[in-house]
Design a protein around this ligand. Structure first.
Ligand SMILES: *[C@@H]1O[C@H](CO)[C@@H](O)[C@H](O)[C@H]1NC(C)=O
Ligand SMILES: *[C@@H]1O[C@H](CO)[C@@H](O)[C@H](O)[C@H]1NC(C)=O
Ligand SMILES: *[C@@H]1O[C@H](CO)[C@@H](O)[C@H](O)[C@H]1NC(C)=O
Ligand SMILES: *[C@@H]1O[C@H](CO)[C@@H](O)[C@H](O)[C@H]1NC(C)=O
Length: 447
């Protein structure tokens, strides 16, 4: 009983020393396109340290489906409204917003580590909670990056920030610029030592963080794969190369690490099998639709046949059909499908669309029927050339060399594959036809 009272007294008189600090990881989700990276990050954080809760603030654009998917990953979902940037007239993109300042008002926690959804922690990062009242990483200038930062929640600071939203300058029109103005003296703060070996400077309440807590993949690729320290947090900057976009494989090698995390998260679920079945289904459907269109056109379109198709025309047509097929197949594949099935799907769609359309053209324009054998050989030739390019690219270790080869492959594809289509689906069938009719020279335009 006495011990109990003593404990209670201790708790009242020294709340700081007895009550453990409440920590949380927090992210903001304002686009459904970021659902998959949010789930992967949630999975990774829980795996690294399940004792720290992960909260995602979702804004009004997020669907109920996304919310339930997040909850299934153990995420605590907070609904909140977006805080627009005062520069909204010129910065309409979703990334330009100030919603992150709501973190300072989340006083149910003492310290928060904020993470953008395009980061991947590689090991436990809970030492970050001890770095100070505000900490961030300066990567390549005297502006810090707001993808990863640590803050002590504080209602006073929050209200002060809200008052400054309209007046404080933002160099990029978004929260990063605002926070850089608000914490402009962070750059003079010492660097936080997570090992605890350096004496901490008690007079500094803020600290800068080592670049390993917010490793910019842009640095890695710009330097041909050198300068990769051993990052605790990889930040997939560079908009069009995000690791959940299937076509970034196998060019951007750091994306494989993210893919491993995604596969771990999806283990046990049939997500990837479902994707494969769905993609194969769309693929078959597309081929059927194309064959029907071909048959219908060949039956009903009035005769456009001519005896002499110019070289220029066959060149232009085969090039255009191929480019259209590539574009169309890119559009058809869901952007965050798994890379291997997505590539197979894309390749096969491109091959069959181009082959069927080119042979339709030949029939309509010259009246010559292309043999199924030729169509099949074109399709398989395309798929084989893609598969070979893919395999070679995955074997190249240096990024620059890989980019060089990728460009060469794209050019070679455009020249070789299109030449093959033109030859096998337009020129050769016509020549064979003419050859056949040479026995009856007067009939060769009757076809
Ligand atoms: C998890 O985080 C806590 C801090 O809240 C820390 O004390 C603990 O060592 C971490 N656990 C692991 C496995 O890193
Ligand atoms: C959050 O908002 C969504 C959709 O607007 C709604 O379905 C959900 O119930 C809300 N959750 C909470 C906790 O308010
Ligand atoms: C909140 O911030 C204000 C202004 O910086 C400071 O005076 C106050 O001590 C802070 N409160 C806590 C609980 O840290
Ligand atoms: C902290 O500030 C006080 C007074 O401003 C000063 O006396 C003390 O030496 C400082 N401590 C460190 C570690 O710089």
């Amino acid at each position: 009983m006495n011990a109990y009272i003593l404990g209670l007294l201790l708790l009242i008189s020294f709340p700081e020393s007895v009550t453990p600090q409440k920590y949380a990881y927090v992210s903001v989700l304002s686009s459904n396109d970021f659902l998959i990276p949010a789930k992967v990050l949630a999975y990774r954080l829980r795996k690294l340290n399940s004792s720290i809760p992960y909260i995602i603030i979702v804004t009004q654009d997020i669907t109920d489906y996304s919310i339930s998917e997040l909850k299934a990953q153990g995420v605590i979902v907070h609904n909140d409204t977006k805080i627009d940037t005062p520069y909204i007239a010129t910065h309409k993109a979703r990334k330009y917003q100030y919603t992150k300042i709501r973190l300072w008002a989340m006083t149910e926690f003492d310290v928060i580590v904020h993470l953008d959804l395009d980061v991947l922690p590689t090991r436990d990062i809970s030492t970050l909670f001890k770095c100070g009242s505000f900490c961030a990483v300066f990567r390549h200038s005297d502006m810090f990056n707001s993808g990863v930062f640590v803050l002590k929640t504080n209602e006073t600071v929050f209200h002060d920030m809200v008052q400054h939203v309209q007046t404080a300058e933002s160099y990029d029109g978004g929260d990063q610029g605002f926070l850089n103005t608000y914490f402009h003296d962070l750059k003079f703060s010492p660097m936080y030592d997570p090992t605890g070996n350096q004496p901490t400077c008690e007079n500094f309440t803020m600290s800068t963080l080592s670049a390993k807590f917010n490793y910019d993949i842009g640095m890695y690729y710009l330097n041909n794969g050198r300068f990769l320290v051993d990052p605790d947090i990889i930040h997939y900057t560079m908009g069009p190369t995000k690791p959940w976009l299937w076509w970034t494989y196998p060019l951007f090698d750091l994306n494989w690490q993210w893919l491993d995390a995604r596969k771990e998260m999806e283990q046990g679920s049939d997500a990837d099998v479902d994707t494969c079945i769905a993609l194969a289904g769309i693929n078959c459907l597309l081929i059927c639709v194309l064959l029907i269109i071909k048959a219908v056109l060949e039956h009903f379109v009035v005769n456009m046949t001519t005896d002499s198709v110019s070289d220029l025309e066959t060149h232009m047509v085969s090039q255009s059909i191929y480019l259209f097929s590539v574009w169309f197949s890119m559009k058809l594949a869901h952007q965050s499908a798994h890379p291997v099935p997505a590539w197979v799907f894309f390749t096969s769609n491109t091959a069959w669309t181009a082959a069927i359309l080119t042979s339709t053209y030949t029939r309509l324009r010259t009246g010559v029927d292309v043999k199924v054998k030729s169509i099949l050989s074109c399709g398989f030739f395309t798929m084989l050339s893609y598969a070979l390019s893919w395999l070679i690219l995955t074997q190249i270790t240096h990024f620059n060399t890989r980019v060089l080869f990728a460009i060469l492959f794209i050019l070679a594809q455009q020249i070789l594959v299109v030449t093959y289509y033109r030859y096998a689906l337009i020129l050769r069938p016509c020549r064979q036809q003419i050859h056949k009719y040479q026995i009856l020279p007067n009939n060769h335009h009757v076809a």
